[in-house]
Design a protein around this ligand. Structure first.
Ligand code: SAH
Ligand code: SF4
Length: 386
């Protein structure tokens, strides 16, 4: 990514001006400094255990406890001797994330705030889909994000750092353990741009699939459109669902609300999606935020229909979820009216024969949209260090 696209984090004056709405007290930092086992593939665990002089089946047992049973301590690995459990606990830790807070929405959505070993906070959102009777987890891939979309709370933070594959997978393992729910779908739509943290994202996808047994077809990766990495992802032979945050029907609007469009404009993005579809034989999801007066007019629906008519894709309209007005560099956008959303949808359905859904707004009462709680907390933390 060219440096011109990296947004600076908010200045300390901007942060000092910001009044946090959610107060979260962090637990004391628990960082043993030992290497985490979560984040290692089964093959890596086997190599590690053989190197330490243990038989292969020990690695397979530990692998099962880590990713299928989702235990939180070596003491729970009951088919290992006490001595061996102690031996492991002296050399490794299971993972590095601590649950800092948990907010439960009226609609049942649960937002987890995790503290990383270095004190950074990230979030994951557990959602229940009644119609499917199953749970989906939204995971983060970075602390903050460099892409700086104008409508996004995470973008306001700038990028602090990438998450490791271990930290991405551990969100799943911990939520699974804490909630006791069987999480069948995972969406990479939390904080951060998954394809900017490409290697760790891909490794985490493989572990979720091979070790946690989440079907690849039940995983969605959402991207703002990093063309070079979309091409790379197409070669990975992972039949996941790619969701593209398009959000605008032309370069003029897209560059205005998503600076990434200046680096990868539509004339480079659309051909990369064509290549992705040709080599994966999958269907894309086009995400389109509905912002009042910016991108939600009937002429925009027609432009969008013409732009993507030839692509095998469904369209997901997302009513804009207002971010706190007092966030540093916040913009004054409003959610489109239901009437505007309905008209937009009907044009795409009737004239362009696209399958269109409108995203359910989840956890609105707990700010469960992209980056909102962690962002508030991040700002809060700079003022009141713990
Ligand atoms: N960085 C990736 C994935 C994380 S964002 C991406 O941009 O695709 C997940 C989705 O939430 C994206 O479609 C993003 O555009 C959307 N989003 C961000 N801020 C939002 C807001 N305030 N209201 C509604 N959707 C938002
Ligand atoms: Fe980053 Fe996605 Fe937010 Fe854009 S919408 S700033 S890419 S997290």
């Amino acid at each position: 990514m060219p440096p011109t696209l990296l947004s600076p984090p908010a200045t300390s004056e901007e942060i000092a001006d910001y009044t946090p709405m959610t107060q979260v007290t962090l637990p004391p930092l628990k960082n043993s400094g030992l290497a985490p086992l979560i984040g290692k593939t089964q093959a890596e665990l086997v190599d590690l255990f053989i190197e330490m002089g243990h038989p292969r089946f020990r690695a397979e047992q530990v692998h099962h406890w880590l990713y299928v049973k989702c235990v939180q301590s070596f003491d729970e690995m009951l088919n290992l001797s006490k001595g061996f459990r102690q031996h492991l606990a002296e050399r490794f830790q299971i993972g590095t994330l601590q649950i800092a807070s948990k907010q439960i929405s009226e609609d049942g959505t649960v937002k987890y705030l995790f503290q990383c070993a270095d004190g950074n906070v990230i979030e994951s959102v557990l959602m229940y889909f009644e119609e499917r009777g199953s749970y989906a987890l939204c995971v983060s891939t970075q602390v903050g994000c460099a892409i700086n979309c104008s409508f996004c709370a995470t973008g306001k933070m700038g990028l602090k750092r990438h998450l490791s594959a271990s930290e991405i997978v551990e969100q799943y393992v911990q939520v699974q353990a804490d909630s006791g729910k069987e999480i069948r779908n995972v969406v990479y739509m939390g904080q951060g741009e998954p394809l900017h943290n490409y290697e760790n994202t891909v490794k985490s996808l493989r572990i979720l699939n091979e070790s946690c047994e989440v079907g690849m077809r039940r995983i969605t990766v959402s991207t703002s459109g990093l063309v070079d990495h979309i091409d790379k992802l197409a070669e990975e032979e992972m039949p996941l669902t790619l969701a593209l945050s398009l959000h605008a029907p032309n370069n003029e609007i897209r560059s205005r609300i998503m600076p990434i469009n200046k680096r990868w404009p539509l004339e480079t993005l659309i051909p990369s999606l064509e290549r992705y579809l040709a080599s994966t034989n999958r269907r894309l999801t086009m995400e389109y935020i509905m912002i009042d007066g910016i991108n939600d007019q009937p002429e925009h629906a027609h432009q969008l229909g013409q732009l993507i008519q030839h692509l095998k894709c469904n369209i997901n309209l997302i009513p804009y979820n207002p971010i706190a007005k007092d966030l540093p560099r916040a913009v004054d956008y409003k959610r489109s009216s239901n009437q505007a959303i309905r008209t937009f949808m009907m044009i795409l359905l009737d004239r362009y024969h696209k399958k269109v859904t409108v995203r359910l707004e989840r956890g609105v009462d707990i700010d469960a949209a992209c980056g909102q709680l962690a962002n508030r907390f991040q700002a809060d933390k700079e003022v009141l260090p713990v």
